[in-house]
Design a protein around this ligand. Structure first.
Ligand SMILES: *[C@@H]1O[C@H](CO)[C@@H](O)[C@H](O)[C@H]1NC(C)=O
Ligand SMILES: *[C@@H]1O[C@H](CO)[C@@H](O)[C@H](O)[C@H]1NC(C)=O
Length: 484
């Protein structure tokens, strides 16, 4: 190799490094998201926030127990969060967690990765959700305690975007007659509790079943204002929608009807689940629809269903026995779609204006909203508070993270593109590199016994900008020219 080539090779390496570090330059903190009018906004910049989201509940929502939930395991979060970044998501939705566990590590890693959380306050365990057919039994102090613990613990993370007070509680005729009043009550309870005991007030939403008979009238009922129960107003509404299957347009999918149904709604609306699997392979063409100019007049993005392959066949990845990951074709399809949407260049036309309170009326179509309810039930807990460890971000030293789980392509060959976690936000600009969390130590201990061949690096080459490509290509051209 001539000295000349060496110099140019070094130049090439340097330019690659430059690209990596320009990506690496992390901003301090991650700012919280608020609701303003019909928009989610970044509390720091005031810019509208659109959700490029993903549902995350490995093992299904029943896989929550005393020892483990989706945000309690440092090693699992270290494995999965870089993949969320690869997919280009900025928000995940988790359906159930156990507030008696510690979630600082996973929430901090998510924050460093620039990813927000929307969390359902319920779980399938007994006394941890409303029973849609007998809500008066399940709306009890044990249940309220669970909900308040979740809210109190997660409200202190700046990257907690929102809570869902319920998911598809109203999903058929019987539940539509029995449970709407309880959902509204619960929303008010959470807000009163938050006001008194939480460091930050997090937007409270509801995620509605894919059923046109109920979801529009329920959205209006949950957002209406009643003088005697002023806190019982939902902050945003989520619509679970699986109506865009295969190749569709706004019209053939019926998205145009969704736009129409919510165009005058006073709050932000999102697709709290999407990703029809009736036509396979999934191409996620709806993402183009969700981020179309028409849709962005009313909707603030959505959450693809879902990360892990479960029995209902919606997965992007399969989690193998040893915790290794197999990327399915859905993973690449979703990544392509999300990476093709550059949020910085998307024009948001959702109204920022406060639409004011819409007074409640006596009747809502297809719903019974006139039930008697034990309104005093939550009063003591709201007064006294609940005992729970409040969440806080911790410093994580990325050099100490070793991901031991292998990641494979669908055909079983090793996946080559793993670039590890890219730090977007530095949570502790001052104390950089000094602290190693106790979780981190734990994760390290557990993992250092096995190999560390898949060592994490803090760079990422996903979604390179045009500038980056120009630098790389010019360097390569220079190299080629000098070699000949
Ligand atoms: C307002 O709330 C009170 C107390 O819960 C209830 O009795 C009344 O029916 C509600 N009014 C409307 C219009 O929903
Ligand atoms: C809330 O979070 C902040 C910043 O992460 C932390 O300093 C504070 O101690 C937390 N609050 C509690 C009560 O733990």
């Amino acid at each position: 190799m001539t000295i000349y080539t060496k110099v140019i090779l070094n130049l090439l390496l340097l330019s690659l490094k430059l690209v990596a570090t320009s990506e690496l330059e992390s901003k301090p903190g991650i700012s919280s998201i608020e609701v303003k009018g019909k928009q989610f906004i970044n509390s720091q910049t005031g810019e509208p926030f659109l959700i490029k989201g993903l549902a995350y509940q490995p093992g299904g929502s029943a896989d929550v127990n005393e020892d483990q939930d989706p945000l309690s395991e440092p090693t699992i979060c270290s494995r999965d969060i870089p993949l969320f970044q690869q997919l280009g998501v900025n928000t995940i939705r988790v359906y159930s967690i156990n507030p008696d566990l510690n979630h600082d590590y996973c929430m901090s890693l998510l924050a460093m990765a620039g990813i927000y959380l929307i969390l359902d306050v319920n779980s399938p365990l007994p006394n941890q959700h409303l029973n849609r057919y007998e809500p008066w039994k399940s709306y009890n102090p044990f249940y309220m305690e669970h909900v308040f613990k979740v809210v109190k613990q997660f409200s202190n993370y700046s990257n907690t975007l929102a809570f869902f007070a319920g998911n598809e509680v109203v999903n058929d005729f019987k539940s539509s007659q029995l449970s709407p009043r309880y959902v509204k009550q619960l929303i008010g309870d959470i807000k009163m509790f938050s006001d008194k005991h939480c460091p930050r007030t997090i937007p409270i939403g509801y995620s509605a079943a894919d059923d046109l008979n109920y979801r529009v009238s329920l959205s209006n009922y949950l957002a209406c204002y009643n003088d005697s129960t002023p806190m019982q107003i939902v902050d945003f509404y989520g619509v679970n929608s699986y109506q865009w299957c295969g190749q569709q347009t706004l019209k053939t999918s019926g998205y145009d009807l969704l736009i129409d149904a919510y165009k005058d709604y006073s709050r932000p609306v999102i697709l709290s689940e999407f990703g029809c699997n009736k036509v396979l392979p999934r191409k996620f063409g709806e993402i183009e629809g969700i981020f179309s100019q028409e849709m962005l007049k009313v909707f603030s993005g959505g959450l693809a269903y879902e990360y892990s392959q479960e029995s209902n066949n919606y997965g992007l990845v399969e989690i193998l026995d040893e915790g290794d990951i197999k990327l399915l074709s859905d993973f690449h399809e979703l990544k392509n779609q999300y990476c093709s949407i550059d949020l910085a260049n998307v024009k948001v036309e959702i109204s920022k204006d406060d639409m004011g309170d819409v007074p409640c009326v006596d009747q809502y179509k297809n719903l019974n909203v006139n039930m008697e309810i034990a309104e005093e039930l939550s009063k003591d807990l709201i007064e006294d508070g609940v005992e729970v460890e409040v969440g806080k971000h911790i410093a994580i030293n990325l050099n100490k993270i070793h991901i031991n789980e292998a990641i494979y392509n669908a055909d079983g060959t090793p996946w080559k593109d793993n670039t590890g976690l890219k730090v977007v936000y530095d949570l502790f600009p001052q104390t950089k590199e000094k602290t190693v969390s106790k979780h981190d130590e734990k994760g390290k201990e557990r993992k250092e016994t096995t190999d560390s061949k898949k060592k994490n690096t803090a760079t990422s080459i996903k979604c390179l900008s045009i500038y980056d490509w120009v630098v790389i290509i010019s360097a390569i051209t220079l190299l080629v020219i000098t070699m000949f």
